[in-house]
Design a protein around this ligand. Structure first.
Ligand SMILES: Cc1cc2nc3c(=O)[nH]c(=O)nc-3n(C[C@H](O)[C@H](O)[C@H](O)COP(=O)(O)OP(=O)(O)OC[C@H]3O[C@@H](n4cnc5c(N)ncnc54)[C@H](O)[C@@H]3O)c2cc1C
Length: 386
């Protein structure tokens, strides 16, 4: 049986391992961390990723554990709506609405389906030879080992050492100019989904199943800054915004507020493969979170990769052609999404009062055309496969 070694057990790596195993590959997943419990945050899974999950038999399980994003939209800090969409409009157009769940719920679903013994925790992929498929890894005991792979999937995240080794001259992901906060907040009251844009500031609210609300926020500040209390920093920035933002912030556990600076790879890689190695997810095309598509695209990558390297349901006789096809298809799909996400991030980060007024006026005018029109703006992203 042909053997695929997957470096990284994030959403991308786990989905790739499952999709490959389903198509007849023996899989080994290397994860440098001692556990795969992800950061305590939520995740929006869009219709395109649900369709990809359907292709490997997991869509319904994800839907079952998720909340459906009902009426949602863009607001101003005063609470005034700029545009709205509904779950019905999205479902009518794309077959599904966006669904919302915790990252740990999604990772739990994926990890539970890995073949027994496939996951090696505390094990770091040190290097992989694109020509031979020989992977060198660091074991939890501090030793070194090599494994022979027919296919290596580099799903090692935004700081991918595989990407740097395969494309040494390529620019690293650059700071997008904003930092982000995320928190899961226990909150019993009924809350609707929304994203609120102020002058450079963004605050998002996503109700999840089980009385939790996922909050996220971004602000344009220099990279690397940290506050003594990130919760207090959020209250300082957003504490006077519309309801229920102040109450959500008050209910957040101080230790549960995560902060990460946002990076994006503005120059696409020349290819998403080299020799026997395929890059996938944030290792391949790190993007800003403004379209909520980073993990969704990693899921699509995984399913498409498995299809291209497993013609006829088994390991590919011609891996080279399969990986070249994967690379072409996924670069064409992800490059415009990375760009669009970055653009939305830039526009939401505008701070000059006139620019903000013009932006909000344009959004409101578009929003007046109705929810069905607002939803259509996502056709390029959500309608997949085309
Ligand atoms: C604030 C914010 C909000 C977001 N919201 C959404 C959203 O709502 N919807 C959405 O679709 N996307 C969202 N994203 C994007 C999404 O989180 C990422 O795109 C996605 O998690 C990438 O998954 P991945 O598997 O490619 O990488 P990662 O999740 O980074 O996983 C990489 C894994 O590889 C491991 N690893 C690294 N190096 C090695 C090595 N050498 N050997 C072994 N293991 C290694 C790491 O420990 C890690 O477990 C958001 C991102 C941010 C920052």
């Amino acid at each position: 049986m042909a053997h695929a070694v997957v470096a990284g057990a994030g959403i991308g790596g786990l989905t790739a391992a499952l999709a490959l195993a389903r198509n007849g590959w023996q899989v080994t997943v290397l994860e440098q961390a001692a556990s795969i419990e992800p950061v305590g945050a939520g995740l929006a899974v869009a219709p395109n990723a649900l369709r990809a999950l359907d292709m490997i038999g997991l869509g319904d399980e994800v839907r079952k554990l998720s909340a459906i994003q009902g009426e949602a939209g863009l607001r101003r800090p005063s609470g005034r709506w700029l545009s709205r969409t509904t779950a019905e409009d999205a479902a009518a157009r794309y077959g599904d609405s966006i669904v919302l769940l915790t990252r740990s719920a999604l990772v739990g679903i994926l990890a539970a389906r890995l073949p027994r013994g496939a996951l090696r925790l505390g094990t770091r992929a040190e290097s992989a030879d694109p020509r031979t498929g020989l992977v060198t890894l660091a074991t939890p005991a501090g030793g070194t080992e090599t494994i022979q792979a027919d296919l290596v999937v580099a799903a090692d995240g935004i700081r991918s050492r595989t990407r740097a080794a395969l494309f040494p001259g390529h620019p690293e992901p650059g700071y997008a100019g904003v930092t982000s906060w995320r928190a899961l907040v226990p909150f019993p009251g009924p809350v609707g989904a929304s994203e609120t844009w102020g002058a450079g500031l963004v605050f998002g609210v996503m109700p999840l199943a089980g009385g939790q609300v996922y909050c996220y926020a971004t602000a344009p500040v220099p990279a690397g800054l940290r506050a003594e209390s990130e919760k207090d920093e959020l209250i300082r920035l957003f504490g006077r915004w519309h309801d229920p933002i102040p109450a959500l912030l008050a209910a957040a556990e101080p230790g549960a507020v995560l902060r990460h600076d946002i990076y994006s790879l503005d120059t696409p890689l020349p290819a998403l493969h080299s020799g026997r190695i395929a890059l996938l997810g944030d290792a391949a095309h790190p993007m800003t979170p403004n379209l909520g598509q980073g993990a969704c695209q990693a899921i699509e990558d995984a399913v498409v990769l498995a299809r291209h390297v497993s013609p006829g349901g088994g390991p590919a006789p011609d891996l080279t052609a399969g990986l070249a096809a994967y690379s072409r298809e996924r670069l064409a799909r992800t490059t415009p999404i990375v760009r669009r996400s970055r653009l939305v991030g830039r526009v939401s980060g505008w701070r000059a009062p006139l620019a903000v007024a013009l932006r909000d006026g344009a959004l409101r005018a578009a929003g007046m055309l109705g929810p069905a029109v607002a939803v259509r703006q996502f056709d390029d992203v959500f309608r997949w496969p085309a």
